[in-house]
Ligand binder design. Structure first.
Ligand SMILES: [Zn+2]
Ligand SMILES: [Zn+2]
Length: 338
C-alpha cells in the first residue's frame, strides 16, 4: 500500500499508486551494467532485427504455470508486434514485490500460465505499424501505466491515469485483448500488467514504453519502471513537496528511499525516516534522510508521538511506504494540523 497524507486532509490513496502498491523490495536478478555490454547488445540488435522483423521469435522466458510454483525457464514463441505495439529485447529486469503478490494469488485477477516481470529495460527490436514514437535500437523502459498522450487525463497535470488505455490487471495486450506469447505446443501464455519482462523478448504497447538515454546503466534504469518512479513521483508530482518542508517516511525500502530522494530534490529541509532496521539510516542518508526513528525502539511512546515532538507539531508530509494499516494510522497522526 502506498499512501500520501498531507496536513490532515481526508485520507486518500493516490489511485495511480494502487497498482504499484506492494513494490517495496527489489531484487536484482540480472545485471548488465557496463556500457560496453550495452553497446554490444545494441549492435547485435541492429544486426539481428532485420532477420526477425515481422516474424515470431523463439526465445527463453521464465514461465509460471501455477500459483506459487517455481518459475521454469522455457522456450517460447513471441509473435511480432501488432499496429501500435513494440517488440523489445529485455536486457535487464528486476523483481518487484507485486510480482510475488500475483505469483501467490490463486484466484482472479491472477491467471496462469503467465510471464511475470514489470521492471525492466530493453532495446526495441522492431515496431508494428503506426509506431513512430520509438524505433529499432532505441533503449526503452516498459511501464505498466499507459500514456497515450492524447486523452484528457494524459494531457491533465492532475492525473497520470490514461483513460484511453486504462490500467487493469488483465492477461492481454491493452488494445487487442490477445497475447503475443505461446509455448512450443501452441498454448497461450498470458501477459502480466502489459509488460511481462521475465522473457528475452516481450511485446508492449507503444503507450507503455518510454525511451531513455542509453547512458543510464541498465541495472539502474530498470528500477525506473516501477519502484523508483512510484516513490520519487509521489514526492515530486503527487504531493509536490515544498522547499523547506518536513517530511516523514514510514519504511525505508526502495519506495521509501525514492520518496526521500524526491523530497530532497524538492528542497525538503528535514526528512525523517522511520524503520525497524537501524542500518537503514546510514543508507537513507545517501538519499537525503536527515533524521531517523527506530520504530522498534520508541519505548512507551508511539512513533507519531516521537515525530510530533521532533518536528514541533508534526511533519508537513507523511508517506506510508510499507502497507500496514497501523502505520497508515501513525502517519496520519503525525501530520501537521492545518
Ligand atoms: Zn491517455
Ligand atoms: Zn512493481
Amino acid at each position: 500500500m502506498f499512501l500520501i497524507i498531507r496536513k490532515r486532509e481526508p485520507l486518500r490513496q493516490s489511485p495511480s499508486r494502487k497498482s504499484k502498491s506492494t513494490s517495496q523490495t527489489i531484487y536484482q536478478i540480472s545485471i548488465y551494467s557496463s556500457r560496453a555490454v550495452l553497446n554490444r547488445l545494441l549492435t547485435m540488435e541492429e544486426k539481428s532485427s532485420s532477420k526477425t522483423q515481422g516474424k515470431a521469435i523463439r526465445c527463453k522466458a521464465a514461465v509460471c504455470r501455477k500459483p506459487g510454483e517455481a518459475l521454469v525457464i522455457e522456450e517460447i514463441m513471441v509473435a511480432p508486434p501488432m499496429p501500435g505495439e513494440v517488440r523489445v529485447r529485455i536486457i535487464c529486469t528486476s523483481l518487484c514485490h507485486s510480482d510475488i503478490t500475483f505469483w501467490k494469488m490463486k484466484d482472479p485477477p491472477a491467471i496462469f500460465p503467465t510471464i511475470f516481470g514489470h521492471e525492466a529495460v530493453g532495446v526495441v527490436e522492431s515496431v508494428g505499424e503506426d509506431v513512430d514514437e520509438v524505433s529499432e535500437g532505441d533503449v526503452v523502459i516498459p511501464t505498466f501505466m499507459s500514456v497515450c498522450g492524447e486523452c484528457a487525463d494524459c494531457i491533465s497535470k492532475k492525473s497520470n491515469l490514461c483513460s484511453k488505455y486504462p490500467f487493469k490487471i488483465c492477461p492481454w495486450m491493452p488494445r487487442y485483448e490477445t497475447s503475443r506469447f505461446t509455448d512450443l505446443k501452441g498454448q497461450v501464455l498470458y501477459h502480466f500488467i502489459f509488460v511481462s519482462s521475465f522473457s528475452e523478448y516481450t511485446v508492449v504497447d507503444v503507450c507503455n514504453v518510454t525511451k531513455i538515454d542509453p547512458a543510464v546503466p541498465p541495472n539502474r534504469a530498470c528500477l525506473l519502471s516501477c519502484g523508483i518512479s512510484t516513490g520519487f513521483g509521489a514526492a515530486w508530482k503527487t504531493a509536490e513537496v515544498e522547499k523547506g518542508s518536513t517530511v516523514a517516511i514510514f519504511g525505508l525500502g526502495s519506495i521509501g528511499l525514492a520518496v526521500a530522494e524526491g523530497a530532497r530534490l524538492c528542497g525538503a529541509a528535514r526528512i525523517i525516516g522511520v524503520d525497524i532496521n537501524p542500518n537503514k539510516f546510514e543508507f537513507g542518508k545517501k538519499f537525503g534522510v536527515t533524521d531517523f526513528v527506530n520504530a522498534a525502539n520508541c519505548g512507551s511512546k508511539s512513533v507519531s508521538q516521537v515525530i510530533n515532538e521532533m518536528s514541533g507539531g508534526g511533519a508537513d508530509y507523511c508517506f506510508e511506504c510499507v502497507g500496514l494499516a497501523s502505520l497508515v494510522h501513525e502517519a496520519y497522526a503525525c501530520c501537521r494540523l492545518g
